[in-house]
Design a protein around this ligand. Structure first.
Ligand SMILES: Cc1cc2nc3c(=O)[nH]c(=O)nc-3n(C[C@H](O)[C@H](O)[C@H](O)COP(=O)(O)OP(=O)(O)OC[C@H]3O[C@@H](n4cnc5c(N)ncnc54)[C@H](O)[C@@H]3O)c2cc1C
Length: 417
């Protein structure tokens, strides 16, 4: 694997850039692996990487039906934060944020993680009450946060209309300063490159169509568009298609799939140096390093597998930006797209075993799994390799939907899901 550094860049430049190797090997599948991971998004690739790096399990394949990062991992709005309500979630997302803080160095890949902070704005005294409780819970759980008054928000976000006469007047809010954004493709490519260097096979253009079962019912392989592949264990991290794959394995998941849309504008000069989320309107906005405003809103109101946008959401989200950020009213939108997210009743993820022996699952991240790619991969790899849940993932087992030990993060999930 080429080591990426300034020195190497100069050396390669002097040789006409002819010495670079592909970042990862494009593999054709072998007949047998110790572990197969279905889904080449961030979570699947991170699981494969940590299986190899943390547990020495290198006979691993990642099977992706399209191209790596072609699902939600390459379609999201790149916000990373750990500002959840319950202790279980704080432990999980803080673990992830801490892994993100050293990820570029570990993977030798610039993921462009920028800890520019995230401000949640409150528009009424009810929003403010919720914000105070939310921030209080974060502090109790050891996650950094500060309450903000209107003047502090106005100083930090000059483009925001904080006037009491505004349609959505800002009455205060709170900030997590360690939150921020990272380049989503770079996270996918960084994990792919590091996993490949440790021996993981990355197979693109290979669709999983079924599971191979032993006489006792365990999963012992997969049926794919490239034929049968045998494995001791299979993990799946297929986000919006989790219930489709579970159906192939013969069980049902408490998952509903929805389209979630996002937008990017034409590039502007620097105008917004933090992430802003408006509680009442569900709109959030940041500015990318290229200068585009990256904008998100709520889920579509009906379930769907259609990865495309629609007019009612454009109207709602763009209207909300125009009301709250008057200087952005004349900015033109460049692109608009959707991804399919997997929503569970308590808005918290599922990481661990399925009812079928030999088959493991990572799903249920809804609108917020980009921030959790490192921890999702770390903890699923731990479960597959050791047979026991990782301590931070223990509360997030599928069996909670039977026991009733739900972790209901609906109110603190940012974009409700
Ligand atoms: C518009 C939008 C904005 C978002 N914004 C944020 C945000 O700001 N912050 C945040 O934390 N999260 C955000 N999210 C959520 C986040 O993107 C996802 O939770 C996360 O990327 C899920 O990663 P994954 O690896 O599980 O799934 P994916 O990246 O979707 O990867 C799953 C892969 O499985 C593959 N697959 C499916 N079926 C099969 C099959 N049969 N055979 C083989 N392969 C298969 C797919 O092709 C896909 O590549 C957003 C999502 C969207 C759609």
């Amino acid at each position: 694997m080429n080591w990426y550094s300034g020195l190497n860049l100069i050396a390669q430049g002097l040789r006409g850039h002819r010495g670079w190797e592909p970042a990862w090997r494009s593999a054709t599948p072998k007949p047998r692996y110790d572990v197969i991971i279905v889904g080449g998004g961030g979570h699947g690739l991170a699981t494969a990487y940590y299986l190899a790096r943390n547990h020495g399990v290198t006979n691993v394949a990642v099977i992706e039906k399209g191209w790596i990062g072609g699902g939600n991992s390459g379609r999201n709005t790149t916000v990373i934060r750990s500002n959840y309500y319950y202790r279980e979630s704080a432990d999980l997302y803080e673990f992830s944020l801490k892994l993100y803080e050293r990820l570029a160095r570990e993977l030798n890949y610039n993921i462009m993680f920028s800890q520019r902070g995230m401000i949640v704005t409150a528009h009424s005294r009810h929003d403010m009450e919720l914000s105070a409780r939310w921030a209080g819970a974060m502090r109790r759980n050891g996650v950094d946060t500060d309450m903000l008054d209107v003047s502090e928000i106005a100083d930090r976000v000059p483009a925001l209309n904080v006037s009491p006469r505004a349609r959505f007047p800002v009455v205060g809010g709170f900030v997590q300063k360690r939150a921020g954004t990272a380049r989503h493709d770079a996270v996918v490519w960084g994990y792919a490159r590091a996993a490949s260097a440790l021996g993981v096979d990355i197979v693109e253009g290979c669709e999983v169509k079924g599971f191979v079962r032993s006489p006792s019912g365990s999963v012992v392989g997969i049926e794919t568009s490239m034929g049968r592949i045998v494995a001791d264990k299979v993990g799946m991290a297929v986000a919006g298609h989790s219930s489709v794959l579970a159906g192939m394995a013969g069980f049902r998941l408490p998952v509903t799939s929805y389209a979630l849309q996002a937008f990017v504008s034409e590039p502007l000069k620097p105008a917004l140096d933090t992430v802003v989320l408006s509680l009442a309107t569900g709109m959030y906005i940041s500015q990318s390093d290229k200068g585009g405003l990256v904008i998100g809103g709520g889920l579509d109101r009906y379930s769907s597998y259609a990865q495309r946008g629609n007019a009612p959401v454009i109207r709602d989200v763009v209207g909300s930006v125009a009301e709250q950020f008057p200087p952005f009213r004349r900015v033109r939108l460049l692109r608009h797209w959707a991804g399919i997210v997997d929503v569970v009743p308590d808005s918290s993820p599922v990481i661990g075993e399925t009812p079928v022996p030999g088959l493991y699952l990572n799903c249920g991240w809804g609108t917020g799994g980009f921030k959790a790619i490192p921890v999702g991969g770390w903890t699923l790899a731990h479960h597959i390799a050791t047979g026991t849940p990782h301590p931070v993932a223990r509360p997030f087992q599928l069996e909670r939907f039977k026991t009733g030990a739900l972790i209901d993060e609906a109110a603190a999930s940012g974009i409700a899901h």
